[in-house]
Design a protein. Structure first.
Ligand code: MF3
Ligand code: CO
Length: 287
């Protein structure tokens, strides 16, 4: 981080001199930097208007997940789920962020059983016993939101149901570890400690991410334990917490479609995702 001069214009765009604006507040940050934290780029700190934009986008994402929750059942194809997502997104004047994202061919990700993430909707028919992650990402008025939930189709095995429930708990444990002026590394440490005790493993190759003005922004959010102070969490940062938890080994393979990520050992995988904002007192879930 480069320190502006006292009489330079403040980095925040207020038009005020630095000394009359963020200088004092930033002095605190230089202390954190000395302690070993990585100070995030200031443009990751969203304004209240931007946060409101993500929140509104999140309302559409949540509506879509609610529609999926109402309709999903045995016999439905993942292509039908893609239709529901596309139709509701259009109805709300929004854009499905996945469609054409680096060539991704559909409007939603549908990841069944041993698929960790980025499953592409197709003619696969959902059957009783499946567990499936539905990952919805919406752009509304230029603002991105990202959330996912697991669904259990019909009667699933006890261990599958447990994995789904514990992964949801792990996500909330990760979110609870987010503290203003705390470390981003606390998220992964909390999640991995919880999951390892259950004999599960945390996927390492994929993580959460900043979100809001783009689909994937800094910082990258690892869901496993890491040493060091890591990225300093500042009020106004918006990012996802979206642990992918495997019943077996954490290792992944990617199919020839270049998207579908599966567990290497064929074990079940679950994922839940929220988009959150760091506040002065803790966090708020935006969607
Ligand atoms: N929604 C995913 C995430 O949580 C990203 C999907 S990228 C896509 O980060 F292209 F597959 F949609
Ligand atoms: Co995400």
């Amino acid at each position: 981080m480069k320190k502006p001069g006292r009489n330079d214009l403040c980095w925040c765009g207020s038009g005020k001199k630095y000394k009359k604006c963020h200088m004092e507040q930033d002095a605190r940050l230089f202390e954190y930097e000395k302690e070993g934290f990585t100070i995030p780029s200031f443009d990751l700190i969203k304004t209240p208007e931007q946060i409101e934009g993500v929140r509104k986008s999140g309302i559409v994402t949540n509506e879509i997940l609610d529609i999926v929750a109402e309709r999903i059942k045995e016999g439905v194809t993942t292509n039908e789920i893609d239709d529901w997502v596309r139709e509701h997104t259009a109805k709300r004047g929004a854009i499905a962020a996945p469609l054409n994202y680096f060539g991704y061919p559909k409007s939603v990700c549908t990841s069944i059983n041993d698929v960790i993430c980025h499953g592409i909707p197709d003619n696969t028919v959902l059957k009783s016993g499946d567990i499936i992650n539905i990952d919805v990402s919406t752009i509304l008025d230029g603002y991105y939101s990202d959330a996912s939930r697991m669904f259990i189709i019909g009667e699933a095995s006890e261990n599958a149901v447990k994995l789904v429930e514990e992964t949801k708990k792990a996500m909330y444990i990760g979110i609870d570890a987010v503290k203003p002026y705390g470390s981003l590394n606390a998220v992964g440490t909390a999640i991995e400690n919880y999951c390892n005790k259950l004999g599960y493993s945390v996927v390492r190759d994929l993580g959460g991410h900043g979100v809001g003005l783009k689909f994937h922004e800094e910082p990258h959010v690892d869901h496993f334990a890491k040493d060091g102070k890591g990225v300093l969490l500042l009020p106004g940062m918006v990012f996802t917490v979206e642990p992918m938890i495997n019943e077996g080994d954490y290792k992944c393979i990617t199919l020839d479609d270049d998207w579908t990520v599966l567990t290497k050992d064929g074990s079940l995988s679950a994922q839940w995702e929220h988009t959150i904002v760091v506040t002065e007192n803790g966090t708020e879930i935006l969607v």
